[in-house]
Design a protein around this ligand. Sequence first.
Ligand SMILES: [Fe+2]
Ligand SMILES: [Fe+2]
Length: 210
Amino acid sequence: MSVWEALDYLNTLVDDSDPDIELDQLQHLLQTAEAIRQDGHPDWFVLTGLLHDLGKVLCLYGEPQWAVVGDTYPVGCQFSDKIVYPEFFTENTDYSDERYNTKFGVYSKHCGLDQVKMSWGHDEYLYHVMKDYLPKPSLYIIRYHSFYAQHREGAYSHLMNEEDHKNFEWVKKFNPYDLYSKIPVPPDAKALKPYYEKLIAKYLPNKLAF
Ligand SMILES: [Fe+2]
Ligand SMILES: [Fe+2]
């Protein structure tokens, strides 16, 4: 699909995890991107705002929503109590498996997030769709924007290397735009489309493998 085809397709989805159902998916993405643009940020950051939730098309492919939306976190090591609803991890068999329930688990100190397997979701999926095309900070935002235990709480710094820390500055910068751009004034998708079509074409091929 082209990005715009994916946006139109995604727009048929209602996200159960989203407390704000006033806006549809396209409106959320346009608002996020527009808020970033209005603050004068680089164009790749604006584009990232538009793209960041496109991985939610997984839901439309039949993936259950619990496997697509919500917090993401490392697997193969101890689940942090900073992950949302940590009490439910007691029912996960990894929780009592001593290969996976220590601070480092299968990893080593500051091994880098690229070595770390994350729980599956729209973030990881879209990262794989986009990884050949976008600048590194953009890919970090796409891949880790639901990793609240780290970008809000710093709970997994012991697995991160210097490059991760540098790029997480952008993940943190992005978060308020994702959360607080949800004002109930629908953006004018038709009027904005030419600007975004041009921006998409600057970075991405005509068709992507969703
Ligand atoms: Fe998201
Ligand atoms: Fe979002």
